[in-house]
Structure formats: C-alpha cells, structure tokens
Design a protein around this ligand. Structure first.
Ligand code: TEU
Ligand code: CA
Length: 539
C-alpha cells in the first residue's frame, strides 16, 4: 500500500462523539444518530474530517455500548440501520468520514454467540469464549477485572468459569479460535461495504490474552492476529484504523502504525495520561509534573518520527475533561483550554477533539446518585468496603470519574443545555448557561473559534504534518516549548502551562518570525502571561 493513499488522515483533525450524550432529538433523554446528523454542519464548521463514534450497536448498555450484542445492528435507542447509513452519506457530502468503534476483545453476554456458548460444552459456539473448568468459589486464578472483582465468572450449569477482563456482562472472545477471527473479519468487511471511513479498535492490545499465564495486554500472538485481520480486511484501503493500546511502548507502536500498512494507521497510547496517578491505579491521585509530561510527549514525537504515526489527545469518554485536568477550569478556563489545544495541535500526529472540548467543557462534582458509570460505581463500593474515607473516594471521582466526560453536550443556555426536551440520562453540568456552543460559534475570541483556526492551520502548514520535533527548555517547570522544522521552514510553539506570569524571550533563531496564533490579544514584552500560548513561523 502506498504512503500517498493514507495521506487524508495526516493533515486531518478527528472528532469523537459519545452518542448517548451528544444530542437527543426525540425527547427520551438519550442522544441519537439523528442528533448527530443534525449537527454535521456544526462539525463541518469546526473543520474536522472524521468522526470517531463510540459504539451504537445493539447492546444491553451495561457499559454504555462497549458490550455489543449484535455487531451488525444499531441499538433502537440510537435509531436504525437506515439512520446509520444516512449518517455515513450525509457525512460524505461534507467530507466527513465516520469511524465506528469496534469492540473485538469481548462481546455482550447477550450476544447470540454467548447465549449458545453457555448452553453446553459441546455447543459449536462454546469455544468462542474463554472457559476453564473449576469448582464453585475457587476461580482458576486471582486475575481481576478492570471494573473490579474477579475476572472469572462461574456458570453452575457447565461447572466452568468464563473469563472477562471487563464486566461480567462482557465475556472475552477467544481469538485462539480461528472461527471467531473469521467471523469478526467477515463482519468488518460487511461494514466496509457500507461506506464506513474506519474503525477505532477498543482495547485491541488485550485480544491475545493468555489467562493461564496471567497475560492480558501484549500477548505473544497479538501482532500475528492484527496482521491477519488487517490483511483480510482494511489493510489495502484508505480506511483509518486507530487501536486503543494502553500497553504500547514506542517500539510496539512502530509495529502497530508501521507505514507499510500491515497493522493500523495509528494508535492511542496513554503514557501521558498515567502521569498524575500514584502507581498503576488511576484513582490514587498524584500531582502532574510538567517536566515529566514534556519528556513523555516528546519521546513519542521523536520515536515515531517517520517510523509510525501518533494520535494526539488530551481526553476522551474515559478520561476527565482536559481543561479541568491539565488547565484551570476557573479563572483561566478560556486561556488554558486554548493553551492546551495549541500544545497538542502543534505536534506531529492526528489530533482528536473530544465532544465539548472545543467549548472548554469542564468536570463535574455530583452526588453519588447522579453518577451512572459502572467503573466508578463499582470502585465506590469496593473502596467503601475496604474502609476508605468517603470524602477521599469522592475526591477521586471528581478528578478521574469517566462521567466527567459523559455529561450532555452543552449546545445552548436553554433548558438542559439544549441537549434534550426530556430528562437527560445523566445530569447536565450546571455551568451550561455560561459554557455552551451557541455563545461561542459566532464569537471570534471563543475557544470554538480558536480550535477552528488550529484545524485550519494543519491544512495550511505542511510543517505541522511533516516537520521534525525538538523540545526546548526541557527542565523548565512552567513552559512547554518546542520547534518543528521542515527544510528551511521553522515553527515554534511556546506555552505557559501554569497560572503564573513568566519571564520569556524568543530564541535567537525566531527573532523576526511571524506570530501566527496566540491566545491573548496583547502581549507583554519579555513575558508570558498565565497560560499564554503562541505559535511563530518562519517560511
Ligand atoms: O477502555 C479500555 C480501558 O482499559 C478502560 O476501561 C480504562 O481502563 C478506563 O476507562 C480508564 O478509566 C475501553 C473503552 O474505551 C471503555 O469505555 C470501555 O469501558 C472498555 O474499553 C471496555 O470495552
Ligand atoms: Ca433520543
């Protein structure tokens, strides 16, 4: 496959939609496909070229659609297959491709395959899942699920346990079984024929698990499976594929995103996302060290340069809101949201905007009963039982809970932020009167307008797409600054990551350069204001 064929996603910016919380058009309080179609013009205005759509397949919604009961059907809560095809068509008219979220590690326990599988050990579908003989109360080993409790669930009728890395309603598929793989590839081809633009592959690095050896991520056969899948499906097309890979190192990511197209277009790596946690546990909070953040992001820039391709993101539906986590969602909300966008969009890779990020939407602090997420609710239960202080648990939830990102999109200052005419499935962030799309679309100084400029710049400046990367002022505790270079062109991104004013002089080689973007109207000579960010260019 030629390099040129892939180029469309290299200068494109993507946008993630969490459909349940995007826009409800029939008053049931749940976002739907029709709502996305209605907002395609808004997205076109922003300038994005693709939508990563979190799952809309038929699902009992134990984990908001990441538990798929039918890969070839749409959940009635979101609409119909006709709506989905219309979304793809309407997207095409606006040069926006639809990237579906594909969960291949597990299915729902209500999937036809699993219903068959648990009927008997010699059912043809039994081996589609991961089973081990055993005795009630004595699981095969002590592996735990990401959502708490044992990773093994007992089925008394079979006297067997099945393996689940996520909830017990998300049994793991057995990739060792060739029939499973072929079945999944056929389904992928079926979707490709529908005119889809690509896939985001959920926890793809966990498919080659070997539970007897307690291996989940990066199993021995992982790349064999991925290469097989790619060669039998999207490998020879201009499909965008992005794997979700929590366990990627740059070395592994060079395999995933090999420019020869043998695996994926790119992957999401999470090293920068795990810096403000104590050890392996996201709920154990730790202050972020900017020097460390710079090192990690810069390492990825360097290591994938011309050998792979980065995805760039600060947040998604599993993570807190970027401005609350890395910026300041109070006094400097607007400035810091723009600063974060500048730092990210100045790098090499494909940027992803998570719905509401372009408005500077923030985290929430709700009462427990207002939360919906299975991960968060299980954690609360577990930590209460372990004797943690409630106050401490709530603090972790406010900082890291996934529902921070899942509150309804804030479209206007009308009732329920214009998200629904009914009762939303999850409470709207009370700050919607101040933070909403309607007030930002036509304001040239808004966060929305700033994102628009960044999206546009990526198309105008090849250096943003192709240029090399060099971090400056590595050890500086407040300033994040780097240079991109392409032949004779140079581009400088400089950002004050904190709420204090800082002394700053342009590097010699940028004296006389053109300032092409800044998040403040006026500058003070020799200084960077709190959260100030600028981009300079010499052509
Ligand atoms: O996330 C994978 C995953 O590892 C997350 O559960 C992550 O550990 C957690 O959200 C961090 O807080 C993917 C999806 O993005 C997530 O929404 C699903 O719940 C999960 O897979 C299971 O399909
Ligand atoms: Ca609806």
């Amino acid at each position: 496959m030629g390099e040129t064929k892939q180029l469309w996603w290299k200068d494109a910016v993507m946008y993630q939609i969490y459909p349940k919380s995007f826009l409800d058009t029939n008053g049931d309080g749940i976002g739907d496909l029709e709502g996305i179609i209605e907002k395609l013009d808004y997205l076109q205005e922003l300038g994005i070229k693709g939508i990563w759509l979190s799952p809309v397949y038929r699902s009992p919604q134990d984990d908001n659609g990441y538990d798929i009961a039918d890969y070839q059907d749409i959940d009635p809560m979101f609409g119909t297959m006709e709506d989905m095809l219309r979304l793809i068509e309407e997207g095409k008219k606006r040069d926006i491709r639809i990237i579906m979220d594909l969960v291949l590690n597990h299915s729902s326990d209500e999937h036809r395959w699993f219903l068959e599988a648990k009927k008997s050990k010699d059912n043809p579908y039994h081996d589609y899942y991961v089973w081990r003989d055993g005795e009630e109360g004595v699981p095969p080993n002590d592996m735990t699920s990401c959502f708490g409790g044992s990773a093994w669930e007992w089925v008394p009728e079979l006297k067997q346990y099945y393996f689940h890395q996520f909830s017990k309603k998300q049994p793991d598929l057995n990739w060792e079984n060739e029939k499973v793989r072929q079945e999944l590839y056929a389904m992928i081809r079926w979707w490709m024929d529908k005119g889809l633009g690509g896939f985001r592959l959920d926890v793809i690095d966990c498919i080659a698990k070997e539970p007897d050896k307690k291996i989940t991520g990066n199993g021995p056969r992982l790349h064999e499976f991925i290469q097989e899948m790619s060669s039998q499906t999207f490998g020879k097309s201009e499909f965008l594929t992005v794997g979700e890979t929590w366990g990627a190192t740059p070395e592994i990511a060079r395999k995933y995103s090999n420019p020869d197209g043998s695996e994926f277009s790119m992957v999401f790596q999470f090293e920068h996302i795990m810096l403000d946690q104590d050890g392996g546990e996201k709920w154990d909070l730790k202050e972020l060290d900017l020097v460390e953040l710079k090192k990690v992001l810069s390492k990825w820039q360097k290591e994938l340069y011309q050998k792979g391709w980065n995805s760039l993101f600060w947040d998604n539906h599993d993570l807190p809101r970027a401005v609350s986590r890395f910026g300041n969602d109070n006094e400097y909300r607007v400035e810091s949201a723009k600063m974060l966008a500048t730092v990210l969009h100045g790098m090499q890779g494909t940027p992803y905007i998570y719905q509401g990020e372009e408005l500077g939407m923030t985290n929430v602090s709700y009462e427990l009963s207002e939360y919906r997420d299975i991960e968060l609710l299980n954690m609360y239960q577990e930590r209460m039982e372990k004797g943690y202080k409630e106050e401490e648990i709530m603090k972790s939830i406010y900082a890291k809970g996934r529902d921070n990102a899942r509150t309804p999109m804030q479209w206007s200052d009308e009732k329920e932020a214009g998200f629904t005419t009914g009762t939303p499935w999850i409470k709207v962030n009370p700050n919607y009167k101040e933070i909403n799309a309607k007030s930002q679309i036509h304001d040239e100084n808004s966060i929305f307008s700033y994102y628009k400029k960044l999206v546009q710049m990526r198309k105008e400046y090849a250096i943003l797409v192709e240029g090399s990367y060099e971090l400056l002022m590595e050890e500086d505790p407040d300033i994040f600054t780097y240079v991109r270079r392409l032949f004779d062109e140079k581009l400088l991104v400089v950002a004050n990551f904190h709420g204090v004013e800082r002394e700053y002089d342009l590097p010699k080689e940028f004296e006389g350069a053109t300032k092409i973007l800044c998040n403040y109207q006026e500058e003070v000579a020799g200084k960077l204001k709190p959260y100030e960010a600028r981009i300079y260019y010499i052509g």
